[in-house]
Design a protein around this ligand. Sequence first.
Ligand SMILES: NC(=O)c1ccc[n+]([C@@H]2O[C@H](COP(=O)([O-])OP(=O)(O)OC[C@H]3O[C@@H](n4cnc5c(N)ncnc54)[C@H](OP(=O)(O)O)[C@@H]3O)[C@@H](O)[C@H]2O)c1
Length: 302
Amino acid sequence: MERVPSQRGKFAIITGANSGIGYETALGLAKKDAMVVLACRDMRKAEGAKSRILETYPKANIKPMKADMASLAGVKQFAKHFQSHFDKLDLLINNAGIMMSPYKLTEDGFENQFATNYMGHFALAGLLLPLLTGTPGSRVVTLSSLSYKWAEIDFDDLHAKKRYSKRKAYGQSKRACLMFAYELQRRLSAAGYGTLSLAAHPGLSKTNLDRYFPALIRPLGALFLQNPEKGALPVLYAALANDLNGGEFIGPDGFQEMRGDPTVVNSDAYSKDRKVAQRLWRATEEMTHTYYLGEETHTWKP
Ligand SMILES: NC(=O)c1ccc[n+]([C@@H]2O[C@H](COP(=O)([O-])OP(=O)(O)OC[C@H]3O[C@@H](n4cnc5c(N)ncnc54)[C@H](OP(=O)(O)O)[C@@H]3O)[C@@H](O)[C@H]2O)c1
């Protein structure tokens, strides 16, 4: 981060920026003088995060805005609100997430982890696409996880209405995030846009993501997980490094990618399967009623 030049004049959105990786990413960008929108579902927590950032870096330029990523109406409302204040967007960081929550369908009828972690961000990127593609050098960074390996995409039961495994549902949502990041890059570049799309994962970091874990297990994390400041570095690297072309997955370089410094990491063959990615894209367009970078509107070919 010391080598990163000033980001003054750049506008960034970070979803779920009030705690953990999102908060540390916001702090990192704010310290480089970017204007950072904390897109959070709870405005009280967002204001608290703003105060903490200002305590650390009084010159920070921070704007909290309400964004519930589990609700299509909430995502639309946020996108509209943002567009009424700003006419460009340099960085969209798709970070908000929940892990292994009890079964719940959102108000839109979607499984909660899939909706929050993946579908809301798919819709948000689509709604903000005109701003992103109109901003030279813009990037979209989407948070995946090592846990993407826990599941494939279950097209027959995307919302786990037949059978719910909280572990599989988290894995599916994070695999969808990874495949979305890769597919978005392919579609952006096929359409001739300079906006880059990247995926990132923070290894294993001690954050509030363990809120649904048993109370006895939670304190153990502090013993072996890396701190969220370190966990945010792959996200910041994906957002800021100038040796990336888009389509990369950034994670920690240590043992099994669980901790360490940011580097480009690989992912399994399924995550790179274009047919699955295209099917997922079309299905998500239909479910979110958000259509973008499709066959009809661009030169993109399957
Ligand atoms: N920590 C890790 O080891 C790890 C590993 C792999 C991937 N990740 C990914 O990193 C990202 C950040 O997680 P974290 O570890 O920093 O956990 P965290 O501390 O729990 O942060 C998650 C953030 O997402 C927000 N959020 C949850 N549901 C939301 C919704 N419906 N609308 C808007 N915001 C919502 C939370 O807000 P509230 O405070 O209001 O709940 C919080 O700000 C997630 O995508 C996660 O999958 C983390």
